[in-house]
Design a protein around this ligand. Structure first.
Ligand SMILES: *[C@@H]1O[C@H](CO)[C@@H](O)[C@H](O)[C@H]1NC(C)=O
Length: 317
């Protein structure tokens, strides 16, 4: 359950979105009263209506810009734990075998030595610019064993995208992986690992999030990065310790990108044991997005999508 304090914070955030919307108008008319540079978004979509409007975005000829956003196998979804189907019932597709992604860096696990943090239009994202090639995660799809290269991870903040039994978490990270044998293809098979973060009032919260915040703030203070324009190298990331939860039960289903163009080529794996995040750590996401630009998304979750008969499978529990 979300603590009352969290709900208050959310109230403040929705108010902030409204204010940001006002700021957008001011920026467009050339006013600079807000005292910080407001960058216009250029991805052609935003989160003001949390994606309800994406299927209706049109090209100049009136055709839908993102037709797949109204498809039948969209993400995110609510995960109803009482309706999960045993993994043995899934036809053709296996779960994900994490391999070195779930091994400590000191024991040869996946460690990303070249990662860059980018703040793209709607999110804080960390790109792995040189991904390891050995012992990567694998998934069997239609009888073929496929290896997946982690490309990046990013955050959906203040409301998770997936819900579990109808309940949102305050933060969800998505580790995006692509078919290693087809990395250049624009339609290559994707697999995403979703990790929830739950509010805690204890201690300093998630050590990796603290490290990420410190690195970003230091670079901004030193003039090596600017809010909204960030593209800076960061320290090694140890996948297991920094990104995965302590327990590895997950649910799997076939879905889509949760941003336009909403392509339905994603094998989803949403882990059900959360990592922990403090209110202060969440404030950093508010800070970064508010500093970014006029249409930045303080709450960047897409609304829940219908299952349309899809099954959600359970792995490890
Ligand atoms: C973000 O944090 C910086 C450093 O603490 C602060 O100067 C700035 O005012 C904050 N911005 C917002 C919008 O909270």
């Amino acid at each position: 359950m979300m603590p009352a304090r969290g709900l208050c914070l959310l109230g403040a955030l929705f108010l902030s979105i409204f204010i940001e919307g006002q700021a957008a108008g001011a920026a467009a008319s050339g006013a600079t009263a807000v005292g910080r540079q407001l960058k216009a978004p250029n991805e052609g979509y935003n989160y003001i209506r949390h994606g309800f409007d994406w299927p209706n975005i049109q090209n100049t000829d009136g055709s839908a810009t993102y037709p797949t956003c109204s498809g039948n196998a969209q993400s995110p979804i609510d995960i109803d734990m009482s309706q999960l189907v045993d993994e043995s019932q899934r036809q053709g597709t296996s779960g994900v075998t994490l391999n070195d992604l779930n091994v400590d860096a000191g024991s040869g696990g996946l460690s990303f030595t070249q990662a860059r943090v980018k703040q793209i239009e709607q999110e804080l994202r960390v790109d792995f610019t040189a991904s390891p090639t050995d012992n990567l995660p694998t998934i069997t799809i239609d009888g073929t064993d496929m290896s997946f290269t982690p490309l990046q991870f990013h955050f959906h903040h203040f409301l998770s995208e997936h819900t579990i039994n109808g309940v949102h978490y305050p933060l969800e990270s998505h580790i995006v992986m692509k078919d290693s044998s087809n990395l250049e293809a624009s339609d290559g098979q994707l697999a995403v690992i979703g990790v929830m973060y739950k509010y805690t009032n204890d201690g300093a919260g998630d050590a990796f999030l603290n490290s990420l915040e410190t690195q970003i703030r230091t670079k901004i203070e030193n003039g090596d990065a600017t809010y909204g324009e960030m593209d800076v190298p960061i320290d090694n990331i140890n996948a297991k310790a920094d990104l995965l939860p302590s327990s590895l039960e997950y649910v799997g289903y076939d879905g889509s990108l949760t941003t336009p163009p909403c392509d339905e080529r994603v094998k989803w794996h949403v882990f059900t044991t959360p990592r922990m995040v403090t209110i202060d750590q969440m404030k950093f996401f508010m800070n970064v997005t508010m500093e970014a630009h006029s249409d930045a998304a303080l709450v960047n979750n897409r609304v829940l999508q219908d299952l349309n008969g899809r099954k959600v499978y359970k792995y490890g529990f």
